[in-house]
Design a protein around this ligand. Structure first.
Ligand code: GDP
Ligand code: CA
Length: 327
């Protein structure tokens, strides 16, 4: 079985760990979000690709969900001693090595997809990890900064990098718009459209619908390829009981006019894209609403508390895909 998964960082990576165990013989291609990518200290950092790579390759900081295990921060401290920031983005010494190798290869002319493959030669994530595009896409968030948060004057509306919004500001001000800058001119990376065309099933893990899955779908050709593939497309809700399980997804959902409920996220993707949707048992009451939107829906436990629970979620997603296929 060939499975394609559109993944962000933590939610995508943790789900993939369960999927690998639920479908050990499957050939899994992960299309990774690169809208979160940022240049720091002259280095190209790809947070979501690395979270998937480290999680599946056994190098992740488990408690945190991102970054390397057994990490130290000497380099960051030395940079800070020179007054070189930003200090709000946590890059550890081990993690730095990944960004140095990546930046060096990009500088030598390799596309990001080839660089990612080379990094995965070390980590052996057990899936084929492809960035959504080799072109530069950067998610920006329009905000109005209150007086005290802005050095440039009160009530100033401006667009900031997604990481600045998410990590530095912790989404503490409303997101007025979310724009994947560069997406409209980006091309899917080599292998992306082919993997979708050859897939038996496409899964949306419980990743952020706006800044993870939404950004991948914003690359022209990807949404169309999935809608036209003629195979079951099944998603799992990252929203449980009207709130994100972790993080601030509600802030970016509000920016695109979508309420933070499992049903509203399903409707946001729409029946033109989604065939099946899993909501948590807490949200069993919304199954009817999702099905009324033309999307087959089941309520099952959706908390990735441990590997076993995550494997069961992947099993449920694959079962729903078969149900859709048979319909
Ligand atoms: P990010 O790039 O690191 O933010 O990760 P993703 O976009 O892949 O996933 C973030 C989403 O995962 C958040 O909106 C969370 O609500 C969701 N999430 C995290 N843990 C769980 C879980 O155990 N169950 C479900 N259903 N969603 C989760
Ligand atoms: Ca992310």
């Amino acid at each position: 079985m060939r499975i394609v998964v559109l993944a962000g960082g933590i939610g995508g990576a943790r789900f993939l760990r369960g999927l690998k165990q639920a479908a050990p013989d499957a050939d899994i291609t992960v299309i990774g979000n690169t809208g979160d990518d940022i240049h720091l200290f002259g280095l190209k950092v790809c947070p979501d690709l690395d979270t998937v790579m480290y999680t599946l390759g056994g190098g992740i900081n488990e408690e945190q969900g991102w970054g390397r295990d057994d990490e130290t921060f000497h380099l960051k401290e030395e940079l800070a001693a020179y007054g070189v920031g930003p200090e709000w983005f946590g890059l550890g010494d081990r993690d730095f090595a990944t960004h140095i190798v990546r930046t060096q290869m990009l500088g030598a002319g390799y596309p990001l997809s080839a660089v990612t493959e080379a990094l995965c030669d070390r980590w052996k994530p057990g899936v084929r990890l492809i960035p959504m595009t080799d072109d530069r896409v950067e998610t920006h968030v329009a905000v109005t900064l209150p007086d005290d948060a802005s050095a440039e004057g009160p009530g100033e509306r401006k667009a900031i990098h997604f990481q600045e919004y998410w990590v530095r500001l912790r989404a503490s001000v409303p997101a007025e718009a979310v724009v994947p800058v560069g997406a409209e001119l980006a091309k899917p990376a080599p292998g992306v459209l082919e993997a979708i065309a050859e897939a038996d099933v496409v899964l949306f893990p419980p990743s952020n619908p706006v800044v993870s899955v939404g950004t991948i779908l914003a690359v022209p050709g990807i949404r169309e390829a999935i809608a036209d593939a003629g195979v079951p497309v099944v998603g799992l809700s990252p929203i449980i009981g009207d709130a994100p399980v972790r993080g601030m997804a509600d802030k970016v959902l509000a920016a695109v006019g979508v309420e933070s409920t499992a049903a509203a996220v399903a409707e946001h993707y729409g029946s033109g894209l989604l065939d099946g949707w899993l909501v948590d048992t807490t949200d069993a009451g919304s199954v009817e609403r999702v099905e009324a939107a033309g999307i087959r829906c089941r309520a099952v436990p959706l908390l990735m508390t441990d590997l076993e629970a995550t494997v069961r979620m992947a099993d449920e997603a694959l079962a729903l895909a078969e149900e859709v296929r048979g319909a």
